[in-house]
Design a protein around this ligand. Sequence first.
Ligand code: SF4
Ligand code: SF4
Length: 413
Amino acid sequence: MIYRNFKGQKLSQLGFGCMRFASDPETGEIDQAKVNAMFDLAIREGVNYFDTAYPYLGGKSEIAMAEALSGYPRESYYLADKFPGHSLTGPIDNIALFNVSLRKCRTDYFDFYLLHNVTEWSVQFYESEEYHIIPDLLQMKKEGKIRYFGFSCHAGPDMLDAFLTRHEGVFDFVQIQLNYLDWTMQDAKIKCDIIRKHGLGIWVMEPVRGGKLAVLPESESAKLRALRERGVGSGSGGAYASAADGGLAEPSDASYAFRFLQDLPGVTVILSGMNEVFQVEDNLRTFREENPLSDEERSVLLDIAENLKRGVPCTACRYCCDGCPMELDIPYLLQCYNDYKFATTMTPSMRIDALPEDKRPSACIGCGQCMHACPQGIDVPSALAELAEMYEKGPHWGDVVAQRAKSIEEDLK
Ligand code: SF4
Ligand code: SF4
């Protein structure tokens, strides 16, 4: 197992993300036997980092994780959990909710504790004096109930930098969505530079983009196969298990996505939300030993990323912005557009929610000024009209929050 040293702690670089456990589609009950088997295998092979969050799997992830870890000494693994400040509809007793998570996880401290999902929208709650979230959690840290404090973040680079600057010295690490597609699509490369500039550890979520980089379209997967056939890079053999060992006959598409991240400076833990034993086995093979990508493999992955993007080729040069009569942040909106086009997730919806109504895509009057300024020839008004439609259709973060707020209320009764 590859380990990374973080402030004297020896963390397995492969972290077990507990947001995707297999469950019965009708009852929603988690397949605990399968979770136990996956954990036993992962722990046997050296994984020591487990990450959950209060709302994962309707509140059942914390419980299932605790059950699967119950046979292991508490000091033999690192536990990470998250505070759902992004799911609140008003101030609550933060310490009481923190204690609910401790109880569900059957522990009296968290090694790593994060503000969950800091974005342009949720930052107002996390920084609200009335909500008092950060001071309360810092008190928990002072009392030894949190060892390292961090936050997960889906915000753009500017907000990330501003948030870290406002809270210099408060956080130990930042968890971002990082993979070879988002390296450019969600400015993950720039975000890594920002986190390093603030001297913090980088934790990775969505390393295979919700599975999309684990099973590439055949035309893209063939490019990786061709590399192997030419013997390019360490993915061509070496430490990889053979079919005779009971493993896959050749490196999976997912293994390349993980190897893209392994030797990036500052990357400490890479979380994988595993829900099948074969995924655990495949990831364990990938993280068995350092196996950095060759330059050619890296460049093929970045080329695959460009082919996977389905949106517009906005370079964020901002040439279009000065002439926009509605003063829209066009590159910001086009980044949301590209995100929607790749996969329907909550992130672009939350980022648009954070804008005042007159700065949302529906505010575009279609004057076409921006098109004349754009060196990439992007049809901005059409993209914004489509974005406005996709945003209207949802899903909407506000609906999710309303549901989650109810379960928080129940837990605090
Ligand atoms: S078309 Fe829309 S985005 Fe472009 S300049 Fe006009 S109002 Fe702004
Ligand atoms: S001018 Fe074109 S490429 Fe530049 S920010 Fe505007 S839309 Fe993007």
